[in-house]
Design a protein around this ligand. Structure first.
Ligand code: SF4
Length: 190
């Protein structure tokens, strides 16, 4: 449990805490923390790994190359950013875009959990292995991908991180079809 983090605040208040946060070493090299953005009534939350360079500069999630890929995917699935909430496991950019360390993820996780508590999404889409490991303790992205997984009363759907398709174009169609399936599940089943 984190001492010094208040419970039961709005998304804006949580975002302000994140921008001031110095709980882990990632605050030392960040330009801007990236709390996430979107609707506090989102039925779908998207959770990535960590901010990259452009996100760190703008303080907004998924605005770099992977973000453009994500936007294409959302467009394909007929989902609008403004209806979702998009964030990441850690809110500050790791140096040189390395994966966030386990301790950094652990330290930052209460912010994400509180965002989830406020939004109460029907579904959480985990983008990539870091989100999958952190939220579901799953180690195999391939095994978990494309399935609805329930944990502690929350529904999750795991797919690849959009950045993965920048290096492996074969994954693009998989991510597209996963996002479309999430949209259909939300419309028809949940
Ligand atoms: S990554 Fe999270 S825990 Fe670390 S300084 Fe940023 S907001 Fe705080």
């Amino acid at each position: 449990m984190h001492i010094g983090i208040n419970l039961e605040l709005s998304l804006d208040e949580i975002a302000e805490e994140i921008r001031r946060c110095r709980l882990c070493p990632l605050h030392e090299s960040r330009r801007k923390a990236v709390p996430g953005e979107g609707s506090d009534k989102a039925r779908l939350m998207l959770i990535g790994e960590a901010p990259g360079s452009e996100e760190d500069e703008q303080g907004r999630p998924f605005v770099g190359r992977a973000g453009r890929m994500l936007d294409e995917t959302l467009k394909f699935a007929k989902l609008q950013r403004r209806d979702l909430f998009i964030t990441s496991v850690v809110k500050c950019r790791p140096p040189n875009n390395r994966p966030p360390k386990v301790e950094e993820r652990r330290t930052c996780l209460p912010y994400l959990k509180r965002q989830i508590d406020v939004i109460k999404p029907k579904m959480i889409c985990l983008l990539g292995i870091v989100a999958l490991q952190t939220l579901l303790k799953e180690e195999s992205a391939t095994k978990a991908r494309g399935k609805v997984i329930e944990k502690d009363g929350q529904l999750y759907f795991s797919t690849y991180h959009p950045a993965a398709s920048l290096y492996n174009v074969g994954l693009k169609s998989v991510i597209y079809s996963d996002m479309k399936e999430i949209k259909e599940l939300l419309e028809n089943s949940y």
